[in-house]
Every structure is written in structure tokens, then in C-alpha cells.
Design a protein around this ligand. Structure first.
Ligand SMILES: C[S@@+](CC[C@H](N)C(=O)[O-])C[C@H]1O[C@@H](n2cnc3c(N)ncnc32)[C@H](O)[C@@H]1O
Length: 287
């Protein structure tokens, strides 16, 4: 069996992914190779040659990626804050930009002991679990209304608890229900939410259209249907000095901040851009 140079396998993979229209072709090729080899991406230069079965395994995953299966489905996990969660069919893949929301929330919690955190629309549980990992003293609640997403979240809650993180309290519920988490009214330090917010009918890449559950991505009322109720829920849940961070579409920079300003109890309403300068999430604090 002749061994093959890894860098040639990566070059071939990059070309295949590029031709398939995958945006970060080189990155994805390297991450697939690293996954198959069981090493960090940064250590790939230390692997000069690979065996033919390894090359075959890389090629098979690259072919699936070229058919626009999300990278995170192929490697089985996605990163959020200091952890990774497992993901696959039936659950929304956590995105790097959502870490901005998490960072804002963790900064707000600095200096507070035993904070209460609520993650509305939790999906895989990524935000809730990353908050629980960063703040072991926190009591973290999470809710979603989708059975498949909740099954992934339950699995991830169990995995993180086995790693020693404080277990997240996971609930089935609709964030549009005005009694959701009513027992926490006025007690919550931080509400985080990445709801479905893409306006219906917006064209999205195949990874989203074919693999993210539609109810996790799209929302009626120009993308604001769920978000509107999330803001009402946050205003009700927060304790004085608590804060809310809600992710939204980059077209919502003008429409989401006014939704929060409608509540006299919310102050410091601020729209935040992502690294590309697009409005990406809005925050507020409870007076
Ligand atoms: C964009 S995903 C976010 C998942 C996760 N927070 C993340 O950032 O990866 C939105 C999630 O909201 C859930 N969802 C949609 N409408 C909901 C509702 N009315 N009540 C509760 N959850 C809802 C979907 O099932 C989906 O898991």
C-alpha cells in the first residue's frame, strides 16, 4: 500500500469543494482531514503521509460536503464558547456569530454570584450549555418547542453533565406562550435568545434550506413573529439590572431595537454589529 501526501489530498478536496460552491473550501477540507485523522487542524502539517483507507475516508466525506451537507453534520459537532455540542439531522447547527451574544451575556454576569440564566429557543442547547460551562455557579434554564431539537439538547445536557458541568434545566415549551417560565418572573439575570428570524421567502444556502429545520430558521411577520414575543417574555422574566440579548437578521437593525424600547422597564437598548459590520443582535437591560 503506497502512502499518499496529506497536502495533496487536501488540495484535491479543496478543489472539489470550491467547484461545488462551498464558501470556505480550504478550511472545510482541512477540518474534514483533521476529523478523519483525529488531530487538531493546527497539527495537520505534522502528518506528511496518509494511508489509502484514510485518503478514501476523507474523499467520501468531501463528496458529501460537496453535496452541501453541513460540515458540522459530517464531523458531528459544533463549537459554542468553551464547549462543543453534538448536532445532526433535526437540529439547528449553532453558528459562530451567536458567540457574540454569549460573550455579551457572560460580561453582564461578571461579579454576580449564582446568576439565573434563561435560553429561549435552545435548539441543541448550545447557548445554555456554554453559559453553564463558563459559569458553574449559574442556574441555567432552556426551552424549545421542537421534539427533535429537544432530543439533541437532552443528549448534550447529559454529555456536558458527565463532563462535570452544572446540568441545564431543559423544558418543552413555546416561547410565544405568555406563561412560559412564569415561576421565574422578575428573577432572571440574563435572557439569551437566538430565535428563528429569517423572513419567510428569503433565499438561503443549501446547507440551511436542506438541513436546518425550517421552524428553526424562518419566521412570519418579516422574521419578527417569534422575536416579538421573546422580547415580551424577557421584559417579564428579568430582575432589575438583568439583561437580554436577542440575535436577529441583519435587516432587523432598524426594527428590533424599537421592539425593546416599547417596554418602559427596558433601558440601554443597543444594536450590535457582527465582525462584518452587519447588525446581528440587540441587547437591553432591565431598569
Ligand atoms: C435559530 S435556532 C437556535 C438554536 C440555538 N439557540 C442556537 O443558537 O444554536 C431556533 C430554535 O427555536 C426553536 N423555536 C422556534 N419557534 C419556537 C417557539 N415558538 N417556542 C420555542 N422554541 C421555538 C426551534 O425549534 C429552534 O430549535
Amino acid at each position: 500500500m503506497r502512502r499518499l501526501p496529506l497536502r495533496l489530498a487536501i488540495l484535491e478536496a479543496t478543489r472539489t469543494l470550491d467547484q461545488a460552491g462551498v464558501e470556505a473550501a480550504r478550511t472545510d477540507a482541512e477540518l474534514i482531514a483533521a476529523h478523519v485523522l483525529g488531530v487538531d487542524r493546527g497539527r495537520l502539517p505534522l502528518v506528511p503521509l496518509i494511508d489509502p483507507p484514510v485518503a478514501e475516508e476523507i474523499r467520501a466525506l468531501v463528496e458529501r460536503r460537496a453535496r452541501r451537507v453541513p460540515l458540522q453534520h459530517l464531523v458531528g459537532r459544533a463549537a459554542m464558547g468553551g464547549i462543543t455540542v453534538e448536532v445532526g439531522p433535526g437540529v439547528f447547527v449553532p453558528r459562530p456569530e451567536t458567540e457574540l451574544l454569549l460573550d455579551w451575556g457572560l460580561t453582564l454576569l461578571r461579579g454576580r454570584r449564582y446568576p439565573v440564566v434563561v435560553d429561549l429557543c435552545t435548539g441543541s442547547g448550545a447557548l445554555a450549555l456554554a453559559a453553564a460551562h463558563a459559569r458553574p455557579d449559574a442556574v441555567v434554564y432552556a426551552v424549545d418547542n421542537d421534539a427533535e431539537a429537544l432530543a439533541w439538547a437532552r443528549h448534550n445536557v447529559d454529555l456536558r453533565a458527565r463532563e462535570g458541568d452544572t446540568p441545564v434545566r431543559l423544558y418543552t415549551g413555546d416561547v410565544r406562550d405568555e406563561t412560559v417560565f412564569a415561576e421565574l418572573d422578575g428573577l432572571v439575570d440574563l435572557v439569551l435568545c437566538n430565535p428563528p428570524y429569517v423572513p419567510e421567502g428569503t433565499p438561503v444556502p443549501p446547507e440551511v434550506a436542506e438541513f436546518d429545520p425550517p421552524q428553526a430558521v424562518f419566521a412570519a411577520d418579516d422574521g419578527l413573529a417569534v422575536l416579538r414575543d421573546v422580547v415580551a417574555t424577557a421584559a417579564r422574566l428579568l430582575r432589575p439590572g438583568g439583561g437580554v440579548a436577542v440575535e436577529h437578521d441583519d435587516t432587523h437593525g432598524g426594527s428590533v431595537p424599537p421592539l425593546l424600547r416599547r417596554y418602559a422597564v427596558l433601558t440601554d437598548v443597543t444594536a450590535h454589529p457582527d465582525l462584518a459590520g452587519r447588525d446581528r443582535f440587540t441587547t437591553a437591560r432591565r431598569v
